[in-house]
Design a protein around this ligand. Sequence first.
Ligand code: KG4
Ligand code: ZN
Length: 333
Amino acid sequence: MATILGIESSCDETSASICKDGKILSNIIANQTVHHKYGGVVPELASRAHQQNIIPVVQEAIAAAKISKKDVSAVAFTRGPGLLGSLLVGTSFSKAFALANSIPLIEVNHMQAHILAHFIDQPKPKFPFLCLTVSGGHTQIVLVKDYFEMEIVGETTDDAAGEAFDKTAKILNLPYPGGPLIDKYAREGNHLAYTFPEPQIQGLDFSFSGLKTAILYFIRDNKKLDEAFVENNLADICASVQYRIITILLNKLKKAAREYNISDIAIAGGVSANSGLRNILQEAAGQYNWNVFIPAFEYCTDNAAMIAIAGYYKFLARDFVGQDISPLARMSF
Ligand code: KG4
Ligand code: ZN
């Protein structure tokens, strides 16, 4: 019997979750709205908001799971990668909770946790599978051999896919985070209205910085001709940009599936909430005979349920860390 308290505080969501014997009993997320007007996450404000949110979020997670804090067997927390000040809040809280309750402490890699979110609900992927992990800070193709045996076989050489969405939104004067808004407007638009370039990058790696520049120049040039160009064509612009981003992702995924001869394909991370990506992947499943695994919406963007489930598997392996642990802004597998 194992009841894990999961803590996530790597960026701008403060989250706590209770996982009992591999089943998620609660997943409480406090979103920080303070960043919207700045066009991106302000690290100092994020740390302060985590500090305010962490205790109430944990109390709510424990209450919603209908357990007492004395029932918790171990506390699992995001050690990295993420914003250092944000990670410090979750790490310090977790250490204090573990110490006060004399229970073990479990470190979790945030990107591995996004992938392990696939082990919360049925159907669960079978090893080995490929996972496209797309978030605000990462874009990776990961060969997942076991719960904690993962190999990054491709990754972005510059911007992440989520950044491409967020920076496009900024160019279009849409608030942060732009991904969900571009997704929303794209549903009403024609994805073939405008053509944006596909970067010619070798192997399984990605590049999104050229696309960002192309979008910037495209908007600038069109606004010279028509001041209201963005307002009048917002849905078509969003649909065309989104189509380019998701086809870049899909083309590399197809290449990886061929190279590794793997047909179990998963997506994870905030951008996996994108409806265009989810649809194009379902189509690819039919076309290439893939078994596709798409997470439930609540487990796409940052959440503590994924930390708690990762913590559960580490608990089974008795993989604990000491009180001298400190957060890591950069942390690979
Ligand atoms: O995984 P996540 O919540 O945080 C990080 O670990 O970075 O991912 C956040 C990213 C942001 O860039 C956000 O714009 C993007 O995920 N995102 C989306 C959608 N929902 C969130 N991008 C495209 N379409 C969406 N529906
Ligand atoms: Zn994330």
